[in-house]
Design a protein around this ligand. Structure first.
Ligand SMILES: Cc1cc2nc3c(=O)[nH]c(=O)nc-3n(C[C@H](O)[C@H](O)[C@H](O)COP(=O)(O)O)c2cc1C
Length: 203
């Protein structure tokens, strides 16, 4: 199901293109995340200003002990570190984010530093997705991240499917929201990348 957006193992440096790492934050059996991630991959494919790498947490066996020397942690490190920006695809679990996503964030530290982050949230309830996104903003503040003001959310996500299982059934609003968020994200990614090239952050 995920084959059309397999992660790129090692991104080539491409000065004019921004490297956006998309993090898929659900590992649950029967998850809806591939539908949201697949739709979002279509949105990024329309753009000529960025390349994406998809980090799907369900395909990665991160240890719970946050061991920085664990081989899986080391393997993933360049894909986190080399990103100019992130987009987190996050379902709402008990008004917050899934545990494995928090473990991923806690496993790395300087790799996240001073980068823009965009959010795509979803959930079963009326506010589904929004509360997870707002928690992510607080968490990423620890890394001096810039959280994009405008987000993409799919509250009551089951209403975004048609009878044939197509998602999202009325894409215009979500497409506009994704464009707005990605426009903000790429502006910040370019601005911060240029600034850090002139002077390392915090120096
Ligand atoms: C443990 C758990 C807690 C949940 N809590 C909420 C919640 O607080 N608000 C909400 O709108 N949906 C909640 N849901 C519903 C999920 O957001 C919904 O099932 C969504 O599809 C989960 O994403 P996934 O299918 O990709 O794992 C919860 C689901 C689970 C499994």
């Amino acid at each position: 199901m995920f084959s059309q957006y397999q992660p790129v193992p090692q991104l080539q440096p491409v000065p004019d293109l921004l490297r956006v790492t998309v993090i898929v934050g659900s590992v649950r059996t029967g998850r809806l995340a591939p539908d949201v991630a697949g739709w979002f991959a279509e949105q990024t494919a329309r753009r000529d200003d960025l390349v994406t790498d998809v980090v799907d947490l369900a395909a990665i066996a991160l240890p719970d002990d946050l061991d920085p020397d664990d081989p899986e942690v080391a393997r993933l490190r360049p894909r986190i570190a080399e990103a100019d920006a992130y987009v987190v695809i996050v379902p709402e679990y008990n008004r917050s984010i899934p545990g494995p996503l928090k473990t991923l964030i806690d496993t790395y530290q300087p790799e996240w530093l001073a980068k823009p982050v965009g959010f795509v949230g979803y959930g079963l309830g009326m506010a589904g997705g929004v509360r997870a996104v707002e928690h992510l903003r607080q968490i990423f503040a620890e890394f001096h991240s810039v959280g994009m003001k405008d987000t993409v959310t799919f509250p009551r996500i089951l209403e975004h499917y048609d009878e044939a299982g197509r998602f999202p059934v009325e894409p215009a609003g979500a497409e506009a929201a994704a464009k707005l968020m990605l426009d903000q994200l790429t502006w910040w990614a370019r601005a911060l990348r240029d600034a850090k090239a002139r002077r390392p952050y915090g120096s």
